[in-house]
Design a protein around this ligand. Structure first.
Ligand code: PGA
Length: 255
């Protein structure tokens, strides 16, 4: 049985005190998780150590970085390397978020290198993919997303793929309040699983968790997570409010 994950992506929000208070609130009311239903908190780098300290005794809650560099050390001012994250106790890293693709010009080849660096240093990767509105309107979203996966992940072997989760995030739904319908999400997730099946085989495809992201809220999570191929969510805005995030975690548990 593959695991479901609700991952909160804080992006560039919250100071240390706000982050600490948010985690405290979440932990106080956290429903019981288990190996099949997990929570990940992707905080800014500055918060990672604090978040790890706060969550270290709570099973099935992990901390993620939102990015890492593709080199493991060196003269890259302002960057953070995968071994640093691993050494600090970080378990996951987001790779390929659409905001980094857009604002930091991260292309599929660079994301392949970042994925390699993360995996080589024992991190689990939440690999983000998703199309812009023009591509959705043109009806070519399946090819587009398939190509993102191909160019960044198809060099891996099946064993490496067991350390990857996918987050499908249609760019037109991120932070816009416009969510993909449950049917659009399920269709794309099914397509992603088929693409992975064709390259890596059924065992990998059936085990990989595929999360939906883009204006997912407590009010629509139940419907979105009902899709047979939707294994939870990557949550932006609603991850900053304890009650909203807890509501989404409950939706995962009831799906
Ligand atoms: P959103 O962001 O939930 O605020 O739309 C999702 C994401 O970008 O991960």
């Amino acid at each position: 049985m593959r695991k479901k994950i609700v991952a909160g992506n804080w992006k560039m929000n919250l100071n240390l005190k706000e982050g600490k208070d948010l985690i405290e609130r979440i932990l106080t009311e956290l429903p019981n998780l288990n190996e099949h239903n997990q929570v990940v908190l992707a905080t800014p780098y500055l918060h990672l150590s604090q978040a790890i300290a706060q969550t270290q005794h709570t099973a099935f809650v992990s901390v993620a970085a939102q990015n890492c560099h593709h080199e493991t050390s060196g003269a890259y001012t302002g960057e953070i390397a995968a071994p640093m994250l691993q050494n600090a106790g970080v378990q996951y890293v987001l790779i390929g978020h659409s905001e980094r693709r857009a604002y930091n010009h991260e292309d599929n080849a660079l994301l392949a290198a970042k994925t390699n660096a993360a995996l080589a240093n024992g991190l689990q990767v939440i690999f983000c993919c998703g199309e812009a509105l023009e591509i959705r309107d043109a009806g070519t979203q399946n090819d587009f997303v398939g190509n993102q996966l191909k160019e960044s992940l198809f060099h891996l072997d099946a064993a490496a793929m067991s350390n990857i989760e996918i987050a499908y995030e249609p760019i037109w739904a991120i932070g816009t309040g416009r969510t993909a319908t449950a049917e659009q999400a399920q269709d794309m997730h099914q397509h992603i699983r088929q693409v992975i099946n064709a390259q890596f085989g059924a065992a990998v495809a059936q085990n990989i968790s595929i999360l939906y992201g883009g204006s997912c809220k407590a009010s629509n999570a139940v419907e979105l997570f009902a899709g047979a191929d939707v294994d939870g969510g990557l949550i932006g805005g609603a991850a900053l409010i304890a009650d909203d995030f807890l509501g989404i975690i409950k939706a995962m548990l009831s799906a």
